[in-house]
Write a protein that binds this ligand. Structure first.
Ligand SMILES: [Zn+2]
Length: 157
C-alpha cells in the first residue's frame, strides 16, 4: 500500500529530476522518516542494510551526491572531514551540535519555534545593517550527554 509519505517522496524525486528506483526511494525514505537525522555515508549504509536494502557503496555515494545537487539533502563536513547528510528542507536556524569526543551529530529540536525566532532576529539585525542574510547555519561544539555522563562515572570510580 502506498502511504502519503511515498507520494511526497515521489514528488520530491520527480521535481529533483531523479528517477524513482529502489535506491533513490530507500534513501529518500531514510530522511523522510527521520527528518532530524544527520548521518554519515557509513551510517546511511548501515540504516539501509538494516532495512534490507542492498545498495553498493559506490551507488550510495553517487546517489548522495545527486540528492545534494538536487537540493534534497544538505552536506556538512565535520572537524574530522567526514561528510554528513541531513534533509535540506529543515529550518536552517536550528543549530547542529557536534560532540567533540564521539563526533556524533545531533540536531536540537525547536520547541515552540524559539530557535527559529532567534534565527529570524539575527537575519533582521543583518537586514537592519543593510546586509542580505539568506540562511543561517549554526554549529555548536561540545560533549554530548552520553560522553559527558561517561566522563562523570569515570571520575567517580
Ligand atoms: Zn559524544
Amino acid at each position: 500500500m502506498r502511504s502519503p509519505l511515498d507520494a511526497q517522496l515521489d514528488a520530491a524525486l520527480a521535481s529533483a529530476g531523479l528517477r524513482r528506483t529502489a535506491g533513490t526511494l530507500a534513501l529518500a525514505r531514510v530522511f523522510g522518516t527521520t527528518p532530524d537525522a544527520v548521518l554519515s555515508h557509513a551510517e546511511i549504509e548501515h540504516v539501509l542494510v538494516r532495512q534490507g536494502v542492498e545498495i553498493n557503496r559506490v551507488t550510495l555515494y553517487r546517489l548522495l551526491e545527486r540528492f545534494v545537487a538536487a537540493g534534497l539533502l544538505r552536506r556538512t563536513v565535520d572537524a574530522q572531514r567526514v561528510s554528513r547528510f541531513s534533509a535540506a528542507n529543515r529550518e536552517s536556524g536550528v543549530p547542529r551540535f557536534e560532540c567533540d569526543d564521539c563526533h556524533r551529530h545531533f540536531r536540537l529540536t525547536d520547541d515552540g519555534g524559539k530557535l527559529d525566532a532567534a534565527a529570524r532576529k539575527v537575519l533582521q539585525a543583518l537586514e537592519a545593517a543593510g546586509h542580505e542574510g539568506h540562511s543561517i547555519d549554526v554549529a555548536v561544539h561540545g560533549r554530548c550527554a552520553g560522553c559527558a555522563g561517561h566522563g562523570l562515572r569515570r571520575e567517580r570510580a
